[in-house]
Design a protein around this ligand. Structure first.
Ligand SMILES: C[S@@+](CC[C@H](N)C(=O)[O-])C[C@H]1O[C@@H](n2cnc3c(N)ncnc32)[C@H](O)[C@@H]1O
Length: 275
């Protein structure tokens, strides 16, 4: 155990600090890994308070990766059923083995992912940040369908802060994109509020950027949800955090509400203060 794991364990005795050898999120080093996971948990708890959410059991972490955030969910909610879903099967297996998560292998096409239950909390960290708008809509449809009435979807997005941070750190190769991809991403973001470019040689997976108002407009299109809001720079001072609350079951075939909400969201939360 290195000193970062030891320190995290000391401060958070319930935290399991074992690292999967396949966890690419660990590559930048251990110093950031645990604080980034903890920051996600703080953002999740802030949203749950704003949304007036009662219980959070069961929980879905999609994509779970190799448990960077799931380990914190497990330490905070030791008795909850937590479903770990990803297309990275070794990651799912690691989360099941190490954190007692319920394993579900995801599908590249979101519409083909089968989830075993409905959730009070769906956490989607660092997925929309890598998808184009059509894939955002497919992913959001799956994730909202997976909520129980009253359940909360929380997803991270790249907004103006992420762009500012990356420009400062890697001004010439934004997120490892090639020059034309980076230019396309910025142009579309600045002109229409949303931009996307593939990573070099990875069709369909890259970097997206979205203004908070664009994200809120996308959430507002989702049937059967309410309270679509964005809290800026809430995850590790880098990702924005978008959330919405499921108010009713919607028959996506017929397009109409089937069942009204059992729990209404709390009064409209304030927008984050500009910093
Ligand atoms: C940047 S990683 C984030 C992982 C994790 N949420 C974290 O914060 O450490 C993005 C993850 O999305 C997963 N992913 C990509 N497409 C997916 C899909 N269609 N269904 C489920 N997971 C997917 C990848 O396998 C990868 O684990």
């Amino acid at each position: 155990m290195n000193r970062h794991s030891a320190r995290a364990r000391l401060r958070h005795p319930r935290l399991r600090t074992r690292i999967s050898p396949g966890d690419t999120m660990y590559r930048p080093g251990p110093a950031a890994y645990f604080p980034v996971g903890r920051s996600a948990l703080h953002a999740i708890e802030e949203v749950l308070a704003l949304a007036g959410s009662g219980g959070v059991n069961p929980i879905l972490d999609l994509p779970c990766g190799h448990g960077r955030v799931l380990r914190w969910l497990r330490s905070r909610y030791p008795d909850a059923v937590i479903t770990a879903c990803d297309i990275d099967r070794p990651g799912v297996d690691f989360c099941a083995r190490t954190f007692g998560a319920e394993p579900v292998y995801g599908s590249e096409r979101f519409a083909e992912t089968r989830l075993p239950r409905r959730y009070d909390l769906v956490w989607c960290g660092s997925l929309l940040t890598h998808l184009d708008l059509a894939a955002w809509r497919e992913a959001l449809s799956l994730l909202v369908d997976a909520l129980r009435p009253g359940g909360v979807l929380i997803a991270s997005t790249h907004g103006p802060t992420a762009l500012e941070n990356i420009r400062r750190r890697h001004p010439t190769r934004l997120w490892g994109l090639d020059q034309s991809g980076g230019d396309r991403l910025i142009r579309a973001f600045e002109s229409g509020g949303f931009g996307y470019a593939d990573y070099p040689k990875r069709a369909g997976y890259g970097i997206s950027l979205a203004t908070p108002s664009f994200v809120e407009a996308v959430l507002a299109e989702l049937p059967g949800v309410d309270g679509g809001r964005v809290l800026e720079r809430r995850w590790a001072d880098h990702h924005d955090i978008a959330y919405c609350v499921k108010t009713s079951e919607v028959d996506t075939q017929a397009g109409g509400p089937l069942r009204e909400s059992v729990r209404r969201p709390a009064a409209k939360p304030r927008r984050s203060a500009p910093r």
